[in-house]
Design a binder for this molecule. Structure first.
Ligand code: BTN
Length: 232
């Protein structure tokens, strides 16, 4: 599927720009990329560190699929496309941490933020990817965040890798959407998961629980076994 590729040097957030672009009737599907973001957004109202032109910050914007089964799997599909693209292009064994974080050596190398929005009566999706390529993190993030390639490189290398990764993710994602059946991607998601088969800690209403994660179902729900044997 063909898509528009629109580049910016500086934006507050590519997701917000994508929403504006679609609302104003921009051609779709589109990939909106920015070298840096002054207010990069993460999930759950958090921010995403992306202000110094060292990563891939991009949003795919497109008309929402009509099938609910496809709509519900968009973020899992996005995580699979990002992880597979990184593995194929750069040979790095990244994994997916439930729900849709990209992990390398047990640290977060990227995240995905999906937002749906309406223009008049039509539903659209802004699917944002933030992948750390050469980011040098502030002290408070150093223990939990990582970049795929370490510290800063020359701008030619950064641009080449960033463009290749952006294109590969978008091509994979839009190709999958065209098929209209995401069942094969659910199995890929399970295989890329670094959560299944491991002891984890999850939080519910601010309380931490230790548990064993044993499966993720076709709609992306995580199944865990608590120490008392109960399953959730
Ligand atoms: C997360 O880890 O919680 C999700 C992070 C998503 C960050 C990307 S960067 C490009 C796009 N624009 C945003 O403002 N956020 C997403």
């Amino acid at each position: 599927m063909k898509f528009e590729f629109i580049r910016f040097a500086d934006l507050p957030s590519t997701n917000d720009e994508a929403k504006k672009y679609a609302s104003e009737g921009g051609a779709l599907p589109a990939l909106i990329m920015s070298e840096r973001q002054s207010s990069g957004k993460g999930r759950l109202g958090r921010s995403f560190y992306s202000n110094d032109n060292t990563g891939l910050y991009m949003t795919l914007v497109f008309k929402s699929p009509e099938k609910e089964s496809v709509f519900l799997r968009l973020t899992s599909l996005a995580a699979v496309c990002a992880a597979e693209s990184i593995r194929e292009l750069f040979g790095l064994k990244v994994e997916v941490k439930w729900v849709n974080d990209i992990y390398l050596y047990s640290k977060k190398a990227g995240g995905i933020l999906a937002e749906s929005f309406f223009v008049e009566d039509e539903r659209f999706i802004a699917l944002g990817f933030g992948i750390n390529l050469y980011t040098d993190f502030p002290d408070e993030l150093k223990d939990i965040a990582i970049s795929l390639f370490g510290s800063y490189t020359d701008s030619y290398t950064l641009n080449t890798q960033r463009n290749a990764l952006a294109n590969r993710i978008a091509e994979k994602f839009f190709e999958a959407l065209e098929k209209d059946d995401l069942t094969p991607y659910v199995e890929k998601y399970r295989k890329l998961s670094c959560v299944i088969g491991n002891e984890i800690t999850f939080f519910e209403n601010g309380v931490a629980y230790d548990a064993y994660a044993y499966d993720i179902d076709n709609l992306g729900h995580l199944y865990v076994r608590l120490p008392d044997g109960k399953e959730r």
